[in-house]
Unconditional design. Structure first.
Length: 207
């Protein structure tokens, strides 16, 4: 983790996310604290895959995370499920004291049921206080550019994030429509380890 963070800092990334794929979300708090100690200027977000969304956001705020990311934010095909409002209300209150905090919420996202109105889902996500975060059909699969364009047309570039299939080669295609690129596979040499050269190439491609 620390090696990856060091590469991120050297490459000049805007921030990093912590995620635990084994269902052990409680380990993320110690990992966050360690990153804060070693890299105090690095912005760090958390994605708690196995935690209730409202609880996850509360925990992220408690440790001082810069971002939270919910894989299931309760918005689908333009319809807002009641579960979306709890984290949304937390964020609106929290941002009064921490205006730089951002809440990313996955919509029209991989492994979710097919979203027939990703553009409207993006709009509703923004209204709920999320940065709508979309993807391709699977991990490492590039997103359909037409879908990205449709979502951007509704919410604007500054309010849109993309989280799969991004590489140094295709990133310039998405940059005109997406402000936030959440990248792992495209900058990694293994499941746990970044590739410094791929990371540098990506940063060069988008700046």
């Amino acid at each position: 983790m620390l090696d990856n963070a060091a590469m991120a800092v050297e490459a000049g990334v805007a921030g990093v996310f912590l995620i635990q794929h084994g269902g052990l979300d409680h380990l993320l708090n110690d990992a966050f604290s360690l990153l804060r100690q070693k890299f105090p200027m690095l912005r760090v977000g958390v994605n708690r895959l196995s935690t209730d969304p409202e609880v996850a956001v509360r925990q992220d705020m408690a440790i001082g995370a810069n971002f939270s990311w919910l894989d299931s934010c309760g918005i689908h095909s333009g319809v807002v499920h009641p579960t979306a409002w709890a984290p949304s209300n937390l964020v609106k209150a929290y941002q009064n004291n921490c205006p730089e905090y951002r809440l990313f919420g996955s919509v029209a996202f991989k492994y979710q049921p097919i979203d027939i109105r990703p553009d409207m889902s993006a709009r509703m996500a923004v209204e709920c206080g999320f940065i709508p975060t979309t993807s391709g059909s699977a991990t490492g699969v590039a997103a359909d550019i037409e879908k990205i364009c449709d979502m951007c047309a509704v919410v604007g570039r500054d309010q849109l994030a993309l989280a799969s299939g991004i590489t140094a080669e295709n990133a310039p295609v998405y940059v005109p429509y997406v402000q936030h690129l959440l990248v792992s596979t495209g900058i990694s040499k293994s499941f746990h380890q970044f590739d410094a050269e791929k990371l540098k190439a990506l940063m060069k491609a988008i700046t």
